[in-house]
Design a protein around this ligand. Sequence first.
Ligand code: FES
Length: 168
Amino acid sequence: MDHEQTRRSFLGKSLTILAGAGAVVTGWAAFRFVFSGQGAKHRGGPLAGEAFSRGDGPGGSGPALTANPDGSFSLAADAVPQGFSMILALGAVPVMVLHGDRGVRAFAATCTHLGCLVRWNPDTNLFECPCHGGKYDAAGRVIAGPPPMDLAEYKVEATDQEIRILMA
Ligand code: FES
């Protein structure tokens, strides 16, 4: 084997190893993204100007959801206590529910840039996207990063017994 053949062989093996390492890193990132948010409860944080208690939401695998004939979804009011936030999968739509001292609000939890799940950060009072640094204020308005549009807000009807999220 001459010098040129040895060099080509070395480069070929190096590229193969690099491609394999890249696939592992990409797969791990995808795994972490898929299993990082949906149905997860998040530490509560204040909506703009609201007093919020801190702490983790109730335990368990997520609240019981009822899909109503009109396309809305209902859950027990105590599933998202005041001071807590939670991502729920309503049908195929991830929705962030925030319960502040002025009531319950619900926002699309999918970043308007490339579709990653946003997270509510109680320390900054912002929705933050882990993928490319997009940030939204407590009303879902884009304030930083590449997202082209605000997060959609869904109408919520809340009583002492029930939270109803209207998806239309
Ligand atoms: S997907 Fe959210 S900033 Fe890119």
